[in-house]
Design a protein around this ligand. Structure first.
Ligand SMILES: [Zn+2]
Length: 398
């Protein structure tokens, strides 16, 4: 399902089976980049691609002061929804369009940004464009990332006409950003103050994000003794797949006990033969929650259950959005604006960790379903999001 705001993009990267696939630097995403440039140029904005492939459209670039930046990302996960990311970008363009039409002009630069490769759907590392910009990831590490077809980010960028030699921390650009507000489709039905679940529960079309929950990823490797499935007695086996299954169940049990979210969404069994006892099995644990101690407790519980240590692959501490900016944004939006946490990471979080004042606006997603063709916002809510963002830009950049 789509609406008037997203209709221009709706067919791009559409999967016959449903949803959209718009991986970084691949054909569909490149088409969206062209759309961004055309949309910006039509509005008289100056288009620029930064060193890390993030797209910028400037309004009043020569005005004094740091920029007030709005936007989000254009890429998607595989067979994802069309709202996650593009809603923030199309809303930003709609804001500029309506303000221009009303004869309003900013007193500080306003920029619309589309961060590159937010989802990490192709190369496995999320928020790549913003992390490279802030220096949170080393260029060599990023450029060596490989997609499922064996193509490196370096080669994918080159093929798309972006010079990978330019990639890396960009403090000069960062210094131009005075504040960043990312409007985004709501994801999940997160707890709202007062006990409601999500904006649907709160009965409000628009909310603000308070923080992004701390989030870790671990890998657990379990060793087995490979042997023949038809000749090895059950009692003689050392089968790591059984331990893996036990670990998966323990992840869920501990998550329920601790009141956090934890997921095993990826496993690997080697050699992966139907008729052989595996030589090794690995599972990946994604765990997040309001309290980082509980996240670590979950991993300890799984480790002691399996008798092996989990290898930490990534850890992001709680990311709090700028309190003053968030309060200002909520005040401008008006009414009772629910505050809710985010369980998902965002470019706004990466910028916040780099010291940029950031805030997020969420647009109600009635089911909370995201990264799925079912992801959806009602048109009236999407337009309420545009109205909120318009009020914010008027106030903060006027
Ligand atoms: Zn997103």
């Amino acid at each position: 399902m789509t609406d008037v705001l997203l209709s221009e993009l709706s067919d791009v990267g559409r999967d016959p089976a449903g949803g959209v696939t718009r991986f970084a630097w691949a054909a569909a995403e490149l088409e969206l980049r062209e759309w961004f440039a055309a949309r910006a140029t039509a509005l008289g904005l100056e288009v620029e691609t930064d060193r890390n492939g993030n797209l910028w459209a400037w309004w009043g670039a020569s005005l004094p002061g740091t920029a007030f930046v709005v936007g989000s990302h254009l890429d998607s996960v595989r067979s994802g929804g069309e709202w996650d990311g593009p809603l923030g970008v199309v809303s930003a363009f709609a804001v500029v369009e309506s303000l221009r039409a009303a004869g309003w002009t900013p007193t500080r630069p306003v920029a619309i940004v589309a961060f590159a490769d937010e989802e990490g759907g192709r190369f496995g590392l999320a928020c790549l464009g913003s992390r490279l910009l802030t220096g949170a990831v080393e260029p060599d590490r990023a450029l060596a990332l490989v997609d499922d077809a064996g193509v490196t980010l370096r080669d994918a960028m080159s093929a798309a006409g972006h010079d990978p030699a330019r990639v890396g921390a960009d403090p000069a650009r960062l210094a131009k950003i005075g504040a960043f507000v990312e409007l985004h489709i709501e994801q999940g039905r997160m707890p709202v103050a007062g006990g409601a679940r999500g904006l649907a529960g709160a009965g409000r079309p628009v909310g603000v994000a308070r923080e992004i929950w701390p989030h870790g990823r671990w890998r657990i490797d379990l060793a087995g003794v490979p042997d023949h499935a038809g000749t090895t007695a059950l009692a003689d086996r050392v089968d790591p797949v059984l331990a893996m299954a036990d670990g998966i169940v323990e992840v869920r049990r501990a998550a329920e006990e601790l009141g956090i979210l934890a997921t095993v969404g990826r496993v690997r069994v080697l050699p992966g033969a139907v008729n052989a006892i595996a030589s090794s099995a690995s599972l990946w644990v994604d765990a997040r929650g309001q309290d980082p101690e509980r996240v670590r407790e979950l991993v300890s519980a799984v480790e002691s259950r399996l008798g092996v240590a989990a290898a930490l692959e990534s850890w992001t501490d709680v990311t709090r959005f700028d309190t003053a900016l968030t309060a200002d944004v909520a005040a401008v939006v008006g009414g009772e604006v629910p505050e809710l946490p985010s369980g998902a990471g965002h470019d706004a979080g990466v910028l916040s960790l780099a010291g940029i004042p950031t805030a997020m606006l969420f647009v109600r997603n009635p089911t909370g379903v995201s990264h799925s063709p079912e992801e959806h916002a009602e048109e009236t809510d999407a337009l309420a999001g545009v109205a909120a963002l318009t009020a914010v830009v008027r106030r903060m950049a006027g």
